[in-house]
Design a protein around this ligand. Structure first.
Ligand SMILES: [Zn+2]
Length: 68
């Protein structure tokens, strides 16, 4: 998973992004990798919700009834 977003990663983000792109992770099995990705996404959801919102808005799908 590659995630280059315009936000201020905290220490935890940096650690997890480093883990995700580490050589160990490249050779890890799929479950480990998806676990790590899920962990990172969960962290983003709870700690950097604006990033998640931005990603959602970036997705090429129709959004209706969004609050403004
Ligand atoms: Zn963070």
């Amino acid at each position: 998973m590659k995630l280059y977003l315009d936000f201020d990663p905290c220490q935890e983000c940096n650690t997890m992004m480093a883990e995700l792109s580490s050589p160990e992770m490249l050779f890890a099995d799929e479950k480990t990798r998806s676990d790590e990705s899920a962990k990172f996404l969960r962290h983003l959801t709870y700690n950097h919700n604006e990033v998640v919102q931005a990603v959602m808005e970036d997705l090429p799908k129709q959004k209706k009834g969004s609050r403004t």
